[in-house]
Each structure stands twice: as structure tokens, then as C-alpha cells.
Design a protein around this ligand. Sequence first.
Ligand code: KG4
Ligand code: ZN
Length: 332
Amino acid sequence: MKKLILAIESSCDDSSIAIISIDDYKCIFHKKLSQESEHENYGGVVPELAARLHATALPQLLKLCKPYFKDLVAVAVTCTPGLSVSLLSGISMAKTISLELKIPLIGVNHLLGHVYSLFIDEKKDFKDLAVLLVSGGHTMVLDLSKNKPVILSKSLDDSFGESFDKTAKLLGMGYPGGVRVQELALKAREKSMSFTLPMRQVKSYDYSFSGLKNQVRLKTLEYEKLELDIKSEIAFAFEETATQHIIHKLDKLLEYHSFKTLGLVGGAGANLKLRSKLKALCEAKNMSLKLASLEFCSDNALMIARAAIEQYKDKDFSSFKDELLFYNNLSS
Ligand code: KG4
Ligand code: ZN
């Protein structure tokens, strides 16, 4: 008999359910319903709307999982961080499944889930591993080589992904902004515009993207009308500076902390310029680079299921009394 874990992800605007096989990491079921088009009208994610959409999407997905119920040995759910009303949709469903099927409940930290997107169908290898996590809500470098993940650096304000979303908004490109800004930047021809690199004179390894967003805002005000060619020049200069800021600080951090492997995870880890700059950085530093596949960069339940396998093996279960929304297994 196969031992399976069912995992639910509902931390933001993706409703997703996955089922994974514990012994061979095989994906048995994985589906995601994105709410992007519903939130687009509002220029960003509306938490109340996201929660209501999860309440209809998750049961639809769960229905498809019924044939596997008899083999489930645990149910996992993203419990933090995220939009609390969205998280609660998944948590309530997971608690009900746990009660009904009499199987343990596993609360998974969403950020740790992203880390496991590097090892979706394989044994984990955290030896000498640092991970750059860039999502819509977070930008951080994690040391995975210790007993618990340790945050080595982080953004002090906006995240890398959020700065793309805000730039897209300033350029009238709508939501979500990441891919749209990336595509717009590819259309730039002159490439003569530039922005100041954030935190250049500051010694810390931390990041800041809010000043860069303001530079973009001021640049847009210089033009009476934002024609496509101007927009693409701005998008190019922004993407160049944002990715360079990541590399500049990471380069310094890796001089101080040495690792054999660097991983890249998170929705904004799909950015092609960032991926190619990290490749060059790792080559120069003689490090190996492990990129999450594009399919698993953005939020998905399979990475949560994969993380849950480790917690299942460690018997790291949640009780119904646990306040899952505040459960945290990262330290800084
Ligand atoms: O991990 P994710 O799916 O959700 C969170 O956990 O936040 O990340 C979503 C973020 C958004 O800010 C989106 O604009 C950004 O990832 N993103 C990108 C790209 N694709 C998605 N940012 C830059 N370039 C991309 N190609
Ligand atoms: Zn995420």
C-alpha cells in the first residue's frame, strides 16, 4: 500500500491541492486554480475576494482527490506566512479532513515549502546550501545547512517581486507585474536609462526596493505620455537595477559566508535576467546553482506536500489547539 500525503496551499491567490507518495516522492495528483484574472480588475490581490474564491475552488479540487483518500496517512496545509483570511480557508479544510479521516495534521511554513521546490521529486540535500527566496511577499537569503533554516539577509521594505508588481502598476501594465515587466524590458532598444543601485554605501547584506520604486515613479513623471518605447526603457532600467541589487549584496554575503550550492526559489525566481545573473555569479564563485524549475517557482501545493514528507518523518504534527496561523519554523 502506498503512503500518501495530501497538501493544501491557499496563502495568497492560488488555490492548489497536491498528493505525494512518501516513499518515492512521486506526484500522484497536483492541480492549481489561479485567481489572477479576478484580482486583475483591482490592480492587486483583495484578501476578502481571495478567501471567497478559495472557498469555492478548494472543494472542487478536493472532490478530484477522493479516489486517494483511503491511502492518505496525513494532511498538510500552508499555515504561515500569507493573507490570514486566505490561509484560514485551507487550514479549515485540512482540519476537517484530519478529523474525518483520523490522520495527523501537518502545518507547513510557506517559505520552507518554497525551499522544497528544489527537491520536488528527490531526496533533500541541505549540506552547504544557501537559498535565495524571492516571492511576492519576501526577499531573503536562507542558510539551510544548520538544524533550522537561518535568515542571513532580507528586504527591509518591499520584496523583489513586489517591486515588479509596483513598477508594472506605475507603467499601466496591470497585475501581476513580474512577467509583464520582464516582457516589456525585452522590447527596450536604447538601454541608456539607468537608476541608482539601492543601499550601495550600506555595509549590511540586506535589501531595499522601495527607493527604486520611487525612482521609477519619478521617471514616469518626466513624461507627458508614456509611449511603449519609453515604458520598455524604464522596465529595462528597473529590471537591470533590481537584479543587480540582488547580485551585489549576495556577492558580498557569499564572501563572508561560504557555501557550496546556491538555490533559487519563489515566484520571482522565474525572472530570466535574475537566473542568468545568478549563473554568472555562481560560476565566478565556483559554486553550483540549483534553480527551482519554472513550473514550481510560483505558489503550488506540491512543494508544500514535499516539505510535509520531512515533517511526517519527524512526527512534527500540529494539534488542533495549535494556533497554526502563528506557527513558525524559521529563525533569524
Ligand atoms: O511565490 P509567489 O507565487 O507568491 C508569493 O508567495 O508571494 O510570487 C509571486 C511574485 C509576484 O510578485 C510576481 O510579480 C513575481 O512573483 N513574479 C516575477 C516573475 N514571475 C512572477 N517577478 C519577476 N519576474 C518574473 N518573471
Ligand atoms: Zn509563495
